[in-house]
Design a binder for this molecule. Structure first.
Ligand SMILES: NC(=O)c1ccc[n+]([C@@H]2O[C@H](COP(=O)([O-])OP(=O)(O)OC[C@H]3O[C@@H](n4cnc5c(N)ncnc54)[C@H](O)[C@@H]3O)[C@@H](O)[C@H]2O)c1
Length: 317
């Protein structure tokens, strides 16, 4: 029998594509999407959807029991830029939702958990280039502090209670189906929309700010393959470094100009520049490659082709 999966925060940038990919894989009825708001028409029409608040333990537990859930993917969170504006709300959402799911797994009500971490766990004192899996971690944002604490709790629940929790430190994710939800790498999605619509873009990060990034298809493939890996291969139970590309706004502009030569960019850095400056510019993900066979597929040119075509098709630009 196929595993029954609950996705919490299913209507966001990652949740939407993850839900559709898992429905394709294990059958629409076996993947229950949940969120505090409705999602895309495609997501709503393709399988079960429930309104549920990730910070409400009873609501989440009821869904787990009602649908006999085996696996939970917890995608609800407040992202880096928004959490700087609402620190206590961000902390409460990011931590309480994780405890609820870990406690359900500790009580054997679910057997496997996916929880995403982020490159935001690193901070200004972390080595910036090829940031190792294990290194100095002094995050300087509310979001980063919540992700680092979350990682420690995941490992703790695994060691103490045998919880099968798996996690990835996602880099900035780039996709065209759902807009990003308030992160520091959102510029790398907005730039494509503006390039197509207005042929110009004002970047909120400086031209030479290099950050680790990944096309969404690669991130979804990584997530599902980590969840499918035999438990003994998943040797890291805090969170895995994961990498594909690193680029700056200037490099991304050049890649777009190959398709839209008249595209122009200018720069007006805002508060997100300080967040970006505290993060790595590239990531060493050799442990993910060794332990569960991770390999990325999309480079900057292939991603740019997919983004421009995808936005034209989905958003009729
Ligand atoms: N997108 C990225 O580039 C990126 C990078 C690193 C890590 N992550 C992590 O991946 C996860 C998903 O990110 P995303 O980009 O899809 O975020 P998003 O903001 O696009 O989506 C989050 C979803 O959670 C929902 N949500 C918010 N509060 C909720 C609550 N109380 N109960 C239930 N649902 C709630 C929102 O309605 C939204 O649909 C987060 O943990 C995020 O920190 C994302």
């Amino acid at each position: 029998m196929a595993s029954k999966i609950l996705i919490i925060g299913a209507c966001g940038q990652i949740g939407t594509e993850l839900t559709m990919a898992l429905r394709e894989k294990v059958g629409n009825q076996n993947v229950i999407a949940s969120d505090i708001r409705e999602g895309s028409p495609e997501l709503m029409a393709s399988g079960p959807f429930e309104v549920a608040d990730a910070t409400n333990f009873e609501q989440i537990q009821d869904l787990v029991i009602q649908y006999e859930i085996d696996e939970v993917y917890l995608m609800a969170a407040m992202l880096s830029a928004t959490a700087e504006k609402f620190p206590m709300k961000g902390w409460a959402l990011n931590m309480n939702s994780l405890f609820h799911v870990l406690n359900l797994a500790k009580d054997k009500k679910v057997s496997k958990v996916f929880w995403p971490s982020s490159i935001a766990v690193f901070g200004p004192t972390t080595p910036k280039k090829d940031t190792p899996q294990t290194t100095i971690m002094e995050p300087s944002t509310v979001y980063g502090i919540s992700k680092q604490a979350g990682e420690r709790w995941c490992e703790y629940y695994h060691n103490k209670f045998g919880v099968d929790v798996r996690s990835i430190r996602y880099p900035g994710l780039i996709s065209y189906k759902t807009l990003p939800g308030g992160g520091t790498t959102d510029y790398a999605v907005e730039i494509y929309h503006e390039a197509l619509k207005n042929k110009k873009y004002t970047s909120f990060l400086k031209e030479d700010t290099e950050l680790p990034m990944m096309f969404m298809d690669d991130a979804i493939r990584a997530t599902i393959s980590l969840m499918e890996a035999p438990a003994e291969n998943v040797k890291i139970r805090s969170s895995y470094n994961l990498a594909a590309l690193n680029f700056t706004p200037a490099t991304l502009t050049k890649a777009i100009q190959k398709h839209i030569p008249e595209f122009e960019i200018d720069y007006a850095p805002d508060f997100r520049q300080a967040i970006a400056d505290s993060w790595p510019s590239s990531i060493d993900d050799s442990r993910a490659r060794e332990d569960w066979g991770w390999q990325h597929e999309f480079d900057i040119d292939r991603m740019t082709e997919e983004m421009l075509e995808g936005i034209k098709e989905v958003h009729h630009v």
